[in-house]
Design a protein around this ligand. Structure first.
Ligand code: PLP
Length: 372
């Protein structure tokens, strides 16, 4: 099994447009000297994304700050129902806004929030539902929306994994009252670091203005500062990277699908390995390759250690569960008893390497670790 390898196979590799395309854009920055503070590339990228999502869009320095400022802009107070089966950023954004996260369990089939478990968690303090399209698996939006509507609270999606996806033809970014997307270097589409909030100004009048100003210290005029904002602006180098990478996103998604299909083919019929994705009406971006290993057949941690020793580096996304992290243990509901499905998934899931130029022979080699 062990092969001599020059460098390890990581879970992902940043997708980059050809250097010349980026160079052409950033060369102009040496002439204009306009390198941040909502310059022309910022405005161009924002417009392109708004067109793609069919909704209002505001850019941020990263996805995390986009979510933090979205929660601030909506002026929420109280409890937010969310999921522990995610990157800690989701929960941190809630807590850093002085809000209380309430953990809802997830569905075994795809790891997204289980709508059937939401209502039992609703109290008079509940101010929002914040589900995550984890691995790009689209949440059961219809069921979640129905509950939110009944209780008169907004649905805010962490759509960090769902860039470029559509469900029955609708952009996933356009679901809910608002969504946050991440353009981090490791995501399906990147602007080095970056992110956005996608929302509907008609439904939330004034949100565009608040988001735009919050990310720039709350400055509302030359001599007026109306909000306690921060600094979360996307700079021109990032925006330029976003512009050139956006041109290539479709070909990257298609290439990742080929890798995904090879995994699906290689792993079909392998006992004890379940691909954590359901076939449905979603156009996926194939940014993640999550598999769940049945403990009767595989010890997830042992498989992980063996692969890493051989220079293949999958990840245990998402382990530990957020409610099991040091900063939340004993503070949030107990992972094992209160969110048992998420707990089980976190102990058995492994996200395998996937990126557009991952050779198919490497996929075959990785799948070799699951042969019994
Ligand atoms: C990446 C990620 C974030 C944070 O996005 P950044 O752009 O890295 O700040 C938030 N939530 C989830 C689920 C993520 O994967």
């Amino acid at each position: 099994m062990k092969k001599e390898r020059r460098s390890p196979i990581l879970v992902t590799r940043s997708s980059l447009a050809p250097f010349e395309e980026y160079e052409e854009l950033i060369r102009k920055l040496w002439d204009t000297r306009f390198i941040t503070n909502m310059g022309p590339y910022h405005e161009e990228l924002k417009k392109s994304l708004a067109g793609m999502f069919g909704r209002d869009t505001e850019l941020f320095v990263n996805g995390h700050m986009a979510l933090e400022m979205l929660l601030q802009a909506l002026d929420l107070k109280g409890e937010v129902i969310t999921t522990p089966f995610t990157f800690v950023s989701t929960t941190h954004a809630i807590v850093r806004n002085g809000l209380t996260p309430v953990m809802c369990d997830v569905k075994e089939e795809d790891g997204t929030m289980d709508p059937e478990k939401i209502e039992a968690l609703i109290t008079e303090k509940t101010c929002a539902i914040l589900p995550v399209h984890v691995y790009g698996h689209v949440c059961d939006d219809e069921a979640i929306e129905a509950i939110a509507k009944k209780h008169g609270i907004p649905v805010i999606y962490d759509a960090a994994h769902a860039f470029g996806e559509t469900v029955n033809g609708t952009p996933v970014a356009a679901l809910g009252d608002a969504s946050m997307l991440s353009f981090h270097a490791t995501k399906a589409f990147n602007s080095i670091e970056g992110g956005c909030v996608c929302f509907d100004e008609k439904k939330h009048p004034g949100l565009a203005d608040r988001l735009y100003k919050l990310k720039n210290f709350g400055i509302t005029g030359k001599e007026s500062i109306e909000y306690v904002g921060g600094n979360a602006k996307m700079n021109e180098f990032s925006a330029a990277m976003g512009i050139v990478n956006l041109r290539h996103f479709p070909e990257w998604a298609a290439a990742r699908k080929e890798v995904y299909d090879r995994y699906a083919e290689d792993l079909s019929g392998v006992k004890g390995v379940r691909i954590l994705r359901k076939p449905d009406d979603v156009t996926y971006n194939y940014a993640y390759m999550p598999v769940v290993l049945d403990p009767a057949y595989f010890d997830r941690d042992k498989v992980y250690d063996t692969m890493v020793a051989d220079g293949i580096c999958p990840r245990k996304y998402f382990y530990p569960l957020v409610n099991d992290c040091e900063c939340y243990r004993g503070v949030l509901s107990a992972a094992e008893t209160e969110t048992p499905v998420a707990y089980r998934l976190s102990k058995t899931v492994l996200t395998l390497p996937i990126y557009p130029d991952l050779p198919l022979e490497t996929v075959d080699e990785i799948c070799g670790y699951f042969e019994k």
